[in-house]
Design a protein around this ligand. Structure first.
Ligand code: FRU
Length: 484
């Protein structure tokens, strides 16, 4: 079989061996108390980016990077989950597999666009050629593929719309993660890219029919300070503003920002339609200040909300930190979906109100009444409302996770249960509210009604359920068990 004859890759052996491999993983997974409860996870094996997020004819679809046979990743498929309410999800059959010659080393990330009663998916077909390659400067193809589906489950057509060889000159082999939007009856696609001198770019294509795409130019360009590659670009209009969201790899850490190997952030500004370029009006703002948050994508649901899904994980974390679930047959999950709004020029991220349906057994206390045994839990939501910004406040959660506020700094620190995750900080003059979602092996901390978020995996030993408050803060604390 040669590469220029377009034949399907033979996946027969793969599909034959998969049930046995999955059964072995399932056995370990069944005994794992770190399996999450109200978060989305791989059934077995590995999960990374959310893909193709959409609400279509009432049903929410979430596709995701998925390698069912191993928790260590590899050639990704698009796993698929559906939901009627964004809280309860059903595991569906794998939607796309790396079984074509144009995507044989991974059905990489992409997005969904609804048009004329069909879903148009765009994704990156990753291909690695054999030979002595570094797969950045040579040896890799990243084709842009268009998939049409009338229902989100079956594929009507699947074809290359931009072949790797047709990308503009000056780039490495890393050009990927298409996102499509419409403006005045014309369709636009943005793609993340890495130049040959290692700068992040977002490229813009246009089309009149979603099938024929032509290159327009650089939509947004980064400098040496802004990372070597920009992944998963997203563009949307929100509350009369225009937002570009992307995941730069390799931003250097500053005192309080960009402490993960790769980060996520956004700019607001406006598209200059004469130049086909996005002109930022603000500086880059980091979206999450925790340890495990990457490659988000947004979609507008049928009620007009802008919802963000993100991978509650990140690549290249080792040797600093790790995920002990690998030994238990799986790795990674999605963060809770968040609703985005733009308020005073800044994105606010709030957990979807649908998740309030999981609340059970409310308890409310004054902070000063909390004693060591007042509250404990593993799977819960906690809401702390301060009467005024505290002087000093410390909340110890689960095994050894400490969230503290002192001298204008909000700090999240893990001990052993962080498996290498140590400390993240947010400088904060005012602290009015903390809303915390704890699941068996995750913590998501929303600060000041969605002004900041810290997302973290955490791996406490069994029965580590501490909720302990110290300091001089005045206010109220509400606690709910969450049950899915
Ligand atoms: C981001 C990313 C994307 C790519 C996908 C491959 O995490 O590297 O750029 O499409 O993951 O799994």
């Amino acid at each position: 079989m040669t590469k220029n004859v377009k034949m399907k890759k033979d996946m027969q052996a793969y599909w034959q061996s998969l049930p046995e491999l999955q059964a072995a993983l399932m056995e370990k997974i069944a005994a794992d108390p770190w399996r999450l409860t109200y978060h989305q996870m791989p059934a077995t094996g590995w999960l990374n980016d959310p893909n193709g997020a959409v609400q279509f004819k009432g049903t929410y679809h979430l596709y995701h990077q998925y390698v069912p046979e191993t928790p260590n990743g590899g050639a990704t498929h698009w796993g698929h989950k559906t939901s009627q309410d964004m809280v309860h999800f059903k595991e569906e059959d794998i939607f796309l597999s790396p079984d074509q010659l144009f995507d044989e080393d991974g059905v990489y990330s992409g997005s969904a666009f609804v048009h004329d009663d069909k879903i148009h998916f765009f994704y990156t077909g990753n291909v690695k050629h054999e030979g002595d390659h570094d797969y950045t400067y040579s040896g890799r193809e990243q084709n842009t593929i268009h998939v049409v589906s009338a229902d989100g489950f079956t594929v009507e057509s699947r074809e290359v719309v931009i072949a790797h060889a047709d990308y503009p000159a000056g780039y490495t082999d890393h050009i990927r993660d298409p996102k499509v939007f419409e403006h005045e009856g014309v369709y636009y696609m943005i793609l993340g890219a890495r130049t040959r001198d290692n700068l992040g770019r977002i490229l813009l294509y246009r089309s009149d029919d979603l099938y024929d795409w032509s290159y327009q130019g650089v939509f947004l360009a980064g400098n040496e300070e802004q990372g070597f590659m920009w992944e998963c670009p997203d563009y949307f209009e929100l509350d009369d503003s225009q937002v570009v969201l992307f995941s730069p790899q390799g931003l250097l850490p500053t005192t309080y920002n960009y402490h993960n190997p790769h980060t996520v952030g956004y700019l607001t500004g406006a598209i200059n339609w004469d130049e086909y370029a996005f002109e930022p009006e603000t500086d880059f703002v980091e979206l999450d200040h925790g340890f495990d948050f990457y490659a988000p994508q947004t979609f507008e649901d049928e009620s007009g909300r802008r919802i963000l899904w993100a991978w509650m994980g990140i690549g290249d974390i080792e040797p600093e930190y790790g995920n002990p679930t690998v030994a238990r047959g799986w790795q990674h999950a999605m963060a809770l979906p968040r609703q985005l709004t733009l308020e005073n020029g800044r994105l606010k991220q709030r957990p979807l109100p649908e998740y309030q349906s999981l609340r059970q057994h409310t308890q409310t206390h004054r902070l000063c009444e909390i004693e060591e045994s007042t509250l404990k839990g593993e799977i819960y939501e906690l809401l702390v409302e301060f009467d005024e910004t505290p002087h000093s406040f410390e909340l110890t959660l689960r095994q050894d996770s400490k969230l503290s506020y002192q001298d204008g700094l909000l700090t999240l620190k893990h001990g052993e249960s962080g498996f290498g995750r140590r400390k993240r900080m947010i400088p904060l003059t005012d602290l009015s509210q903390l809303q915390i979602f704890s699941d068996t092996s995750s913590l998501e901390i929303f600060v000041n009604d969605g002004e900041f978020v810290m997302t973290s995996r955490v791996y406490p030993s069994p029965d580590q359920q501490m909720i302990h408050v110290t300091g001089d803060a005045q206010g109220q604390i509400s606690y709910w068990d969450l049950k899915i």
